[in-house]
Design a protein around this ligand. Structure first.
Ligand SMILES: *Cc1c(COP(=O)(O)O)cnc(C)c1O
Length: 214
């Protein structure tokens, strides 16, 4: 089931768009099913769960951290991640950079733009992101800022989702460059819209693994 779901999604998404299989709340056996079907990028959102899964999966998995990350949990996450997609405060960005300096690593990160209305306060404003990306490169020596991440309003109203993705796409166009080349938008319910707005990465959970059991 997981293999056929993946195959179906892959057949609809251009090859140059990376599919991150969001495996939070799913057992390692499900991740292995996806792995055996060729999936290598996985997304997790809780540090403890992430740290428990990493040693149980093959070492060529590319792990994306996509959830809220507190600075006291960095040690559980940063040694193993390919990318932290959910950097939502300057405090966190600086802490990841300091960890990188101390550990001679530059962690790839995305800055999360706050989209949508009521449900979450998570993420930066456009102004905050412009401020960060226009600082001298030496400002954050332990990270590489690779682009933007956003979650559209949780709604059935496609025009609201379109508006959210149009906003993040406009900011991305403004700041994108040689290394800053990743736009992570689109989940199970809205990835076709995200593709129309320039997604280079989609984060898909439910459509691959089925509903989560919380
Ligand atoms: C859970 C989650 C997803 C995946 O959501 P689905 O609707 O299950 O595809 C994508 N992005 C983030 C940030 C998430 O927390």
């Amino acid at each position: 089931m997981i293999a056929s779901a993946l195959q179906s999604i892959r057949s609809q998404i251009p090859q140059d768009v990376e599919i991150v299989a969001v495996s939070k709340f799913h057992p390692v056996s499900s991740l292995m099913e996806a792995y055996q079907a060729g999936q290598r990028s996985f997304g997790e959102s809780r540090p403890q769960e992430f740290a428990a899964k990493v040693p149980q999966m093959p070492s060529d998995v590319r792990w994306h951290f996509i959830g809220h990350l507190q600075t006291n949990k960095l040690k559980l996450v940063l040694p193993y991640v390919t990318m932290v997609q959910s950097v939502d405060s300057l405090h966190l960005l600086e802490a990841i950079s300091r960890w990188g300096q101390a550990n001679s690593r530059r962690t790839d990160v995305l800055l999360e733009l706050h989209l949508g209305a009521e449900e979450t306060k998570q993420g930066f404003s456009e102004e905050e992101i412009l401020d960060i990306v226009t600082r001298p490169e030496a400002s954050f020596p332990g990270v590489r800022i690779r682009g933007l991440m956003g979650m559209a309003t949780n709604t059935d109203d496609e025009s609201l989702i379109e508006a959210d993705f149009a906003r993040i796409q406009a900011l991305f166009k403004q700041i994108s460059g040689a290394c800053l080349d990743q736009l992570s938008i689109g989940m199970s319910g809205d990835w076709p819209i995200a593709l129309r707005h320039g997604a280079t990465m989609v984060r898909i959970g439910t459509s691959i693994f089925g509903p989560r059991e919380y």
